[in-house]
Design a protein around this ligand. Structure first.
Ligand SMILES: Nc1ncnc2c1ncn2[C@@H]1O[C@H](COP(=O)(O)OP(=O)(O)OP(=O)(O)O)[C@@H](O)[C@H]1O
Length: 287
């Protein structure tokens, strides 16, 4: 069986947040509203970025999607099911449908790469040995680490560790992959390669990716849609693919547009230079 994300509800978004709220009680007795009545739809197969200044509520919002944080109010629907209404065992099953990767990889240091990736499948207890073996190999191939199957995390670079974490998250064939600052611990070149891998994975298996980042360049390189958060609210969302003349409501939105414009201009200029070079070469050959 080939690796593919699960069948989805025919229409409607794969993730729907409906007026979700989350507050935290602070040690001084005050209550802090980290997420304030956020409603957001994310389409199946999308690559969706969540950006905002530090403390804007991005990670909390991401963690509401798999109920690592339970909302104080509002509904969280994934694949059409309201997670807030599920029993503990139903939620455990549902979490197989929502993979997650973290900034610090969170691998088991004393377990091999194979065992790290197999972990969620073994815990779930519903897969045969052969099935687990095949899935682990498929997922490691998907992240370009097939040959590292018998190594241990300590023998891997940061980028490789994050790839193992992605393979682990994908092993249960989730519909959704949540990524919380997955490249923050990586250098620029490793970040680029990892983002390309995430993009390839999205294209190959159609898994919906939601990524929290504070780096605009990550959104620009990876995402199709972005939502910008300020003080616990989503202030705007838009498609990242191409520069737009639509006025942006936030400074980050304007900065992101400027980045997209610069990339489009660079690509245009590179193409023009290439065309001019080809025309000159043709002239020389002709003469
Ligand atoms: N468990 C908690 N208890 C108390 N306050 C919390 C808790 N978790 C988050 N917060 C607070 O909620 C706010 C939003 O946190 P969150 O981590 O979602 O922000 P963020 O946008 O991801 O920020 P950063 O980019 O710095 O990680 C912050 O002010 C944070 O201190």
């Amino acid at each position: 069986m080939s690796l593919s994300s699960r069948d989805t509800v025919a229409d409607g978004p794969v993730i729907r947040l409906d007026a979700v709220q989350k507050s935290f009680s602070l040690p001084n007795g005050e209550v802090f509203d980290a997420v304030r009545s956020v409603s957001l739809d994310i389409a199946q197969g999308d690559v969706f970025g969540l950006i905002g200044t530090s403390g804007a509520g991005k990670s909390t919002l991401l963690r509401l999607i798999n109920l690592l944080e339970r909302p104080d109010a509002g509904r969280v629907l994934v694949g059409g099911r309201d997670l807030t209404q599920l029993s503990r065992s139903e939620l455990r099953d549902m979490r197989q449908n929502i993979g997650m990767v973290f900034q610090q990889f969170n691998l088991l240091q004393n377990a091999s790469v194979f065992d790290n990736v197999a972990f969620a499948l073994k815990i779930h207890g519903k897969h045969s040995r052969n099935e687990i073996d095949a899935r682990v190999r498929e997922c490691l191939a998907l992240v370009g680490l097939a040959e590292k199957i018998d190594t241990y995390p300590a023998q891997l670079s940061g980028g490789q560790k994050q790839r193992v974490a992605i393979a682990r998250a994908l092993a249960p064939r989730p519909q959704v992959l949540l990524c919380d600052e997955p490249t923050s611990a990586l250098d620029t070149e490793t970040t680029r390669a990892l983002l390309q891998t995430l993009r390839d994975i999205n294209e190959k298996i159609g898994v919906t990716i939601v990524i929290v980042t504070h780096e605009l360049s990550v959104v620009e390189l990876l995402c199709r849609q972005v939502a910008i958060m300020e003080h616990g609210r989503v202030v705007e969302r838009f498609a990242v693919d191409s520069a737009s003349d639509a006025p942006r409501l936030s400074a980050l939105g304007r900065e992101l547009d400027a980045l997209v414009r610069r990339r489009e201009r660079d690509e245009r200029e590179a193409q023009e230079a290439q065309d001019a070079g080809a025309a000159r070469a043709a002239e020389v050959n002709y003469v």
